[in-house]
Structure formats: C-alpha cells, structure tokens
Design a protein around this ligand. Structure first.
Ligand code: SF4
Length: 496
C-alpha cells in the first residue's frame, strides 16, 4: 500500500498539468478530487477509471480481483469497438465470497483464476485489477502476478487502483502508470520506422478512430499504438519506438504522454479529431513532429494536399445542412476535450452555442473555449437539473448535446437531445465524423415527433369536452392533435 501511496503522490505532482503547477506544495499533496457531497451521485471510482483506460486493449484478458459487484458495476457501459479480438469483452472476475475473505483465500483464488484463463484462452497478457475489498484485506496482487508470470511464462500485469483511493480520473492516470511500469518498452519491434506515431486517450468509441486512420494510412503514417482504442498488447508494449505522440484526452493520460517523452524522447502535442479545422490541424501537427524527429519533410506537402482534398469533400457535404441548421441554438452539456472541439466544429457551420459546460475541462480547455466563444458567460461550471430544465423549457436552445444521464431533462422539456458521450452509437471523429454529427443534429431537430409532442395531448380533449363548450380553443387544438396522430406513417419519422 505504501508504494501505491507514493504512486498517487507522484500522479498528483504532475508537472504537465497547468492547474497543478498553479498550486502550492500543500494543495498539490491533497490531489484534485473534491470531497464528495453525501447523497450526491459520485461518478466512477478509481478502479472504474483504470478499467476504462485499459479494457479497450482488445486481446488482453481483464481479470477483476473482487466480489462480483465491482465487475458488474461498470460492465460494458462504453461503446469502444474492436476490429478483431473479442477477449476484452469477456468478463473475468475472481468473484470473492465472504467465506474467501474470512478464510484468507483471495490470493490463492486469484492465482487459480490466472491459470484457468491461460489454459482456456491463451491470451498475450492478463491484466489483474485490485479493488476495494481485495486491497483492504491486504491481498498482494503484485506478488501473485509476479509469481504467475514466471510460472506461466506470460505477462501478468497488476493494476493497482482500488476504488477507494480516489476518483475515476485518478484511476485513468494509475492505469497509465501501470502501462509505464509493466508494459510499454517490454517488446522491441523489428519494423520501427520514421513515420510511427502513438495516439493516446483515443477510445475508438463507435469505431470513430476508423474514420481517421485511413487518412494517416494515405500519408504513410503508421499508428504503432492507439492507447487504448482497438489496441493490441504487443503494439502497446512496443509503443516506446514511436517518433511522436498525439494526446487526444489530456485529463486521462497526460502523465503517460509526459513520461514517455521524458523516458524515450517522444514529443507529444494535444489535439482533437472533432471538427474540420481541428482534424486538419492535428494532421499538420503530426507531420511537423515527425519531420522534427527525422522524417522526410516532403510529408508536409502531402499532408497539405490531403487536407485540401478532404476539407473540400466535407464542406461540400455540409453545405446541404447549412440552410437547415444555420442559427440553430445548441446547448452542450459535456466535458473535457469535447467542450471546445465540438464547439468549434459546430460554429464552423453557423450553429450558435448558447452554453457549454466546463466542469471536467482543464484550464487549457477553458482558455480555448474563451477564444472560440464570443461570450464568456456561455461557459458554465455546473448546471443543476432544475436550471437545465428551466432553460430548455423556455426554448432557449433548439437541441441539447450531452451524455445519457441528462437526456431525460431535455426529453421532459420536449427539446431534441443527442448523445455525444461514451454511450453514443455514431462515430463523430475526422472529416466524415463531422458530417455525421451534423446529419444527426439535423435528424434530431427536424424529427416530426417534436411537433407532435409539443401539441396538447388527446386526453385534454376529453377533459375539455366535459368542461368546455365545443367551440373552445382547447378543443380545436386537440382535435388537430388527434388528426395528426391518425395520419402519421412510419415514413414521417425519417431515419430516427
Ligand atoms: S472498487 Fe470499490 S468503489 Fe469501485 S466498484 Fe468495487 S467496491 Fe465499489
């Protein structure tokens, strides 16, 4: 536990984080997590965060050393996609019972589970996650993993991020530390080249990285490791031979990017694949860093040519939506990198941003938003559900883009809503992803269901028939409502 304490202090000390740099030594020691409000939803635990970052490594067996509930708690709630292996989606847990705890059987059960997985699935590696119960009873997962790795001649990686040590974000970072300590740099690739890059903090949600990878392929740039989206163990293990890194989500893996630069001299930059301008800028930055590290400068010209061609295609497709969406007002209730990159992307086609949440944004993210948005007061830290509902029901926005947790506030206010967080089913990255995002916004806003749900309901008609004379306004409105329901066909609902 003492080594875990030291690791947490090290993560809290992250010099790559601007917010952290602004703190004094005492404040830094306390970490970033605010004390939780009793009774309030707390979000994920550190174990959850570690698993979010590592589970999309698709050929690894992820073994949770815990009672069953820890695995069930966070099972399969994100839409990362794999282009091959399916092992990552098989749930492995030691399923500790009270009896195992009382009898001190935890470590023995863990070793047995590792053996079973090795024999049944022969994965290239097994990741073993500690959790609250197994950390509190003192199970030494590092020792068990070391012994199992020797015995079975297989990488068995301890992920020491039990839930109680802190927030989901701390767990993200501890997962990055585990990769640094046990995985990255353990395999030497025989095909390292001057155009190899790493992408960090890209989760391949709904397969959206597959909209970006073909662009890199066309430039002759190889993604040595995308961590974690659609990654393979051996690619992650040889990620130290990449020449440059693009960091997509800095809040999750800034420590990994910085330490890889320190240890293996891999320069990194933070960029985004959301929006046309940001995608182009990310491609330019990758090319520039590669040239800086020895690649042929002709790649800069090829990158500009590709950007020119792809932007023209995307703008042509988006032109069809401009007249339908120009001036529409969007409320963005998300966080992190999306709080600025999506804002920028939507403003590119004339959509107005009436608010964007910056709760999970870094100071750098906030600075970027300030530059993009004309009115700083359109940034909000948090908005209580009641305020959100009031804003939407007064029709101050035409659509809300957010995660699933707030969808019912929009639906109750009879305002269109689009999922933009990890559970979404559409890919929004790259040029094609931007076109898809705008298409989905258009479909949501113009879905005929909104006209219908905003009308007076049929039962008002029955009440009004009893209480009011037949000529009343209420009756007229509701009779129209009945007619509309009667005349609706499936085609009226478009693709939604
Ligand atoms: S690790 Fe701890 S906080 Fe996280 S799900 Fe398990 S018991 Fe709950």
């Amino acid at each position: 536990m003492s080594s875990l304490k030291a690791k947490i202090q090290d993560v809290f000390n992250e010099p790559g984080c601007e917010k952290n740099r602004g703190k004094d030594a005492k404040a830094r020691k306390k970490g970033c997590t605010k004390p939780l409000t009793p009774g309030a939803a707390a979000g994920g635990c550190a174990f959850d965060g570690a698993k979010i970052v590592l589970q999309p490594i698709t050929d690894v067996a992820h073994l949770i050393h815990a009672p069953l509930a820890c695995e069930g708690n966070s099972w399969d709630n994100r839409g990362a996609a794999s282009s091959g292996p399916t092992l990552w989606r098989t749930s492995f847990t030691t399923d500790l019972s009270e009896l195992d705890v009382v009898m001190g059987q935890g470590e023995r059960k863990l070793f047995k589970a590792i053996r079973e997985i090795k024999e049944a699935y022969a994965p290239p590696a097994i990741f073993v996650y500690s959790t609250c119960v197994t950390a509190l009873i003192g199970d030494d997962i590092e020792a068990v993993c070391k012994r199992a790795a020797e015995k079975f001649d297989l990488p068995v990686v301890p992920i020491n991020a039990p839930g109680f040590v802190g927030s989901k974000n701390l767990g993200n970072k501890l997962a990055g530390e585990a990769l640094l300590d046990h995985v990255i740099g353990t395999v030497e690739p025989d095909d390292a080249g001057p155009y190899d890059i790493n992408i960090l903090g890209e989760f391949n949600l709904s397969g959206e990285f597959w909209l970006v990878k073909p662009l890199l392929d066309r430039l002759g740039i190889r993604v040595r490791a995308s961590i974690p989206g659609d990654a393979r163990y051996l690619d992650v293990a040889s990620a130290h031979r990449a020449r440059a890194t693009m960091m997509v989500c800095s809040t999750a893996l800034i420590n990994l990017a910085r330490k890889m630069e320190q240890r293996w001299d891999i320069p990194f930059f933070e960029g985004s694949f959301y929006g046309i301008t940001d995608t182009s800028e990310a491609l330019r930055q990758i090319a520039r860093l590669l040239v800086k590290k020895g690649a042929d400068p002709e790649i800069l010209g090829r990158t500009e040519a590709l950007i020119l061609e792809e932007e023209a295609i995307a703008w042509k497709k988006l032109a069809a939506y401009r007249s339908r969406l120009e001036g529409k007002r969007v409320l963005l209730n998300t966080g992190g990198v999306k709080s600025w990159s999506v804002v920028h992307a939507l403003m590119e086609i004339g959509i107005e941003i009436v608010g964007t949440s910056v709760k999970k944004s870094t100071p750098e993210d906030k600075e970027r938003i300030k530059k993009i948005l004309k009115h700083e007061n359109h940034m909000f830290e948090t908005m209580a559900p009641r305020e959100l509902y009031a804003m939407l029901s007064k029709h101050q926005a035409d659509i809300m883009l957010s995660g699933g947790r707030t969808q019912f506030i929009a639906l109750k206010a009879k305002v269109p809503w689009l999922d933009i967080n990890q559970e979404r089913h559409q890919p929004y990255a790259g040029y094609a992803g931007m076109v898809e995002l705008v298409r989905q916004i258009d479909l949501s806003i113009h879905n005929p269901i909104w006209r219908q749900v905003r009308e007076a309901p049929p039962w008002d008609f029955q009440t009004s028939m009893k209480d009011e004379p037949p000529s009343s306004k209420s009756k007229t409105a509701t009779v129209q409502g009945f007619k509309k329901f009667a005349g609706t066909t499936a085609d009226d609902f478009g693709e939604c």
